[in-house]
Design a protein around this ligand. Structure first.
Ligand SMILES: *Cc1c(COP(=O)(O)O)cnc(C)c1O
Ligand SMILES: [Zn+2]
Length: 447
């Protein structure tokens, strides 16, 4: 982009001063193949082109991290994911800070009691900034790196939330933006992308077809695709969901986490986040069980887990949980490894259970999540009922998106307002009617 937006320059200079205590030297080393270990310069590539075609992951100078970072330097940083900058794959302080991250970790009382859990927490990314899903974390990181690598146009293959984040944060940073989504997405997700005025390609096909098309475009157009050629950087942003929970629990790890799985990236990076904090001595080592949630209509990882396979067979998605409907998950095998290694479970639930999960979280905790969050809560419930989460385990459920974006999913499953005249007796009659109805419903439940 030729016209540099002055406002971010000024803002980022403030950030630079703020983060100086955290050390300004770069800790990012290079990219490393997860399969064969071959190393690459930290450019815009995501697979091991010279050898095995495995996925590449960012590696860091952990000795430098150990020297630079303390609990105090982190706490002195910004109130966003950038307080963890030395653990994120950028090489300057010129990152894009739109206030993403540091969402509430809520101690659950009513949902916990309902499920019979003593120590349940909700990590509430339904209120993450700026577009109300955890994707703002990964996109903030990916676009910061994209700018460092000199991209002027950014793009993504999205199930909805990623398009919202990419369009919003590109707008903030003054980058050109073109996003690709499946044509059948929820209205809220489409509108929540269009408002930022990017180019939106609605592809007639499912996410996996969108992704395939985008791989071709990435090769021919030289754009920065946050979840394709920039994927190694993008995915590191999810580590902050691990960092924040550890910090918010008072620099301790939980016993058990439950997170939704689409590509499996978020789930594996929470694990990497915990491991890195242990490695540099910020927290004590502890076994954490990793459980994962999928919608039955798109559950290739859960199916593989149940059958004890170490490979994932792609499926064709059909579920209301569109944001996690990836039939061919890129990080599926790594998610399986973590679930097995940590003694967790990967479980799936039906669309009806997902709706129930959304309502349950709303009614007990006052948190309106989207279908992905409904999936997580429904799986949490299923695992507790199956005795796979102990009542005294400190458990964190990751709520990754906001319910206002997927209103279609619960339309018809919730109550309706009582329409009345602007008169006291009209109100009294309506109130009496609703109480009678409630009594009748209770009697039915009791019968
Ligand atoms: C994308 C997404 C996920 C899962 O992401 P992966 O990292 O691909 O597993 C979970 N929840 C919501 C709301 C999402 O948009
Ligand atoms: Zn390799």
């Amino acid at each position: 982009m030729s016209s540099v937006d002055e406002s971010w320059e000024i803002k980022d200079m403030t950030q630079a001063t703020l983060t100086q205590t955290a050390g300004t030297s770069a800790t990012i080393k290079n990219l490393k193949c997860k399969e064969c270990g071959m190393e690459y310069d930290a450019k815009a590539i995501h697979i091991c082109e010279d050898n095995c075609f495995g996925p590449l992951e960012v590696s860091y100078d952990y000795e430098a991290l150990r020297r630079q970072v303390t609990r105090e330097t982190i706490q002195a940083g910004p109130n966003s994911i950038w307080r963890y900058r030395p653990f994120l794959p950028v090489s300057t302080d010129n990152f894009i800070d739109v206030g993403t991250g540091m969402t509430p970790l809520v101690k659950s009382h009513r949902l916990a009691r309902r499920l019979g859990l003593k120590n349940l927490y909700i990590k509430n990314d339904a209120v993450n900034m700026p577009t109300l899903s955890f994707k703002d974390r990964v996109v903030s990181v990916a676009l910061s790196r994209a700018r460092e690598l000199g991209f002027s146009t950014v793009s993504c293959a999205s199930t909805g939330n990623l398009a919202n984040s990419t369009a919003a944060i590109a707008a903030h940073a003054g980058l050109d933006c073109c996003v690709f989504i499946p044509a059948d997405l929820e209205a809220g997700k489409v509108l929540g992308t269009l408002v930022y005025n990017p180019t939106v390609m609605a592809v007639k096909g499912n996410y996996d077809q969108v992704n395939r098309l985008c791989c071709e475009v990435a090769n021919t157009h030289g754009w920065g695709f946050v979840n394709i050629n920039l994927r190694p950087y993008y995915s590191e942003g999810s580590k902050t969901l691990g960092f924040e929970v550890a910090e918010q629990l008072g620099w301790q790890l939980p016993d058990h986490i439950v997170a939704p799985l689409a590509s499996g990236s978020l789930y594996t990076k929470i694990h990497k986040g915990f491991q890195e904090f242990i490695k540099v001595g910020l927290i004590e080592d502890k076994a954490v069980r990793f459980s994962g949630a999928q919608a039955e209509g798109c559950s290739p990882i859960a199916q593989a887990f149940k059958e004890g396979r170490d490979f994932v067979t792609p499926v064709k998605p059909s579920t209301i949980a569109k944001s996690i409907a990836i039939g061919n998950p890129a990080d599926g095998i790594y998610a399986l490894e973590i679930a097995k290694k940590t003694g967790g479970n990967i479980e799936s639930v039906t669309d009806a259970e997902i709706v129930e999960g959304m309502k349950l979280l709303a009614e007990t905790e006052g948190i309106f999540t989207e279908t992905a969050g409904g999936t997580t809560i429904a799986v949490l419930k299923k695992l507790v009922e199956a005795g796979k989460i102990d009542s005294d385990e400190t458990t964190v459920a990751y709520i990754t998106g906001n319910g206002l974006k997927t209103q279609e999913a619960i339309q018809g499953y919730i109550g309706e307002p009582l329409t009345i005249e602007a008169k006291l007796d009209s109100f009294e009659r309506a109130l009496e009617r609703s109480r009678t109805l409630e009594r009748l419903e209770w009697q039915q439940v009791l019968v």
